[in-house]
Structure formats: C-alpha cells, structure tokens
Design a protein around this ligand. Sequence first.
Ligand SMILES: [Zn+2]
Length: 327
Amino acid sequence: MSIEASEQFVVGIDVGGTGLKGAVVTLQGHVHLQEHRPTHRERGPKAVIESILNFASDLIKQAGNEHVAAAGVAIPGLVDEEAGIALKSVNLGWQDVPLHKLLEEHLGLPVAIGHDVRTAGFAEGLLGAARGSENYLFLTLGTGIGAVMVLRGATYVGVNGVGGEFGHIMLRPHDGPLCACGARGCIEALASASAVAQRYRTLAQITEEIGARDVAELANAGNSIARQVWDDAIEALGLGLANYVTLLDPERVVIGGGMADAGQMLFEPLKEQLSKFVRFQPVPALLAAQLGNNAGYLGATLKAWVAAGIPQTELSWSQEAFSTAEL
Ligand SMILES: [Zn+2]
C-alpha cells in the first residue's frame, strides 16, 4: 500500500475479553489496515496492558510514524473516561490502570480512552443507526445489558459516572431472578440474551448451549416454554423502555447484541409492548444497531480523531468508506 506524504491516520483498538481488534483509519473513514490479536488475559493484567501498548505501536509503525495523528482505545469494565483510568475490569483482572498516561508516554501521541459500550454507542451515533440523532438510547442485549444515554448530543453518565445503567432498572425486586449486581428482577436478569437462554434451559430442562435467537425461533415454531420465556423478556424490555420514554422522551432506541440477532422476532413484539405501555408520549423508533462488532474499534478511531483536534461534526463518514470485513 502506498501512502501519500500528506496522508494522516489514527489508530483505534477495541479491547475484548479474548481479542484485540485494531485498525488504522483516515480522516475520511477509510480503513487502511486491520488486525486482530489475542488479549493474553490468561497471562495476567500486566500482559494485557503490554499487549495493548505493543499492538498500538505496531499499528503506528505499519502506518508510518509521521502519518499517525492520535490513538483511541475502547476498554471494558468501569472506566473514568475523563481521567483516562481503567478503574476495574473483572474480566481482565485490572484495577486503577492509568491507561491514558501509559499510552501517551509509550506512543508520544494524543490519546483517547473510552468505555467499550459508550464508544460503540458513539460510533452508532456518528456512523450507524443513530446517525443524525441527538437524543437516543443505545442498548446491547448480550451476556449482560450495556446502555448509553445520549442527551442533546452528549453521553450522560451522571455525577459519579455510573448513570444510565438501563440493565439494572428493577422491575421485580421481590420475586425476580437474581442479577449480577446482587439485586433481584433487574432488566438484565430478565431480558439479556444470556438470561433468556438460561431461563429456557432451566424450564425446558436441557443442558446444551442455546442462543437467544434460538429461543425466539422455537417460540415462533410453537414451543410453549420458549414462547413464555420470549414473551416475558419482551414484556420486561417493553416496560423498561416505556419508563425510559416517560422520563427522557428519546428520538430513537438502537439495539444490538445477541437479542437483536432475533431481528423482527424482537423488534415487532417489542414495539407492540412499548406502544401498549406508553400512554401519551410518541413511541420512539426502535432500530437494529448497524455496526455490529466493528462499533468498538470504529468508535475508538473516531475518539482518536477528536483527540487529534478534529471537531465531531467533521466525522460523518460515508458507509462505503468504513464498511469492511468484520474483524
Ligand atoms: Zn442488576
């Protein structure tokens, strides 16, 4: 690949439990390079940090040092984005890692650190299903529930950075299933992809692996247990969303993750439920996330461009520019 002398890039990395996804992207959103590496979490938190630092400097080297303007990294767990500190990730075993400082020292470039779901939500806002909207809720319904509230164009996380946890809205605090947070009957315990799969396995007394989409398909095929499990999950989501609409009146709700793999089997009944619960407010558009597994690293590159001094409004890339093979 030849690089024009004036060409500028940023590096974006999405840190997952098992893999790191990295890309080198131009100001117009063209993906110049893509790479996937293991996270090495089995070697401990220090090795994970080293993997990230080395991956970033290798990508920069490949793009040519003088061509790279900034780097962005999306990380899981609790994150203080402003201070650039990875507060805690049970998955990666780290605590209070000053990742922003470490990267800046290692790379000698402007750096942006983002929480993985917020970074993905940021990408959906600029490039995906929430493009053009300033007031939306982004949800990933997967192993847990990740949520990003965007109000007037900015992500809102509250006074302590823990706001917007849609998944931990309690719907059945007395008789609901136990949630990872310790409470009972949170939306996450009722309607995440893994909660749906787990409940079906328990009620159907099966042990084999099954996905949320499989439960939806079984329900559609007339399986009464699957029907019950799926309908209950949709009702919980509809109720949670109705309360969100009552409080914040969003324009759009963008949904990704394992539950969204069920497509119209999720969106149609969910819209119906939401319309039933909402009394006088307009029902927001319910949309499938568009960027899939690429949202994290694309968001990291967008944040890197912002760190390099480019205004967010100039980062409206065309679909053709960034649509590349899934990493
Ligand atoms: Zn909870």
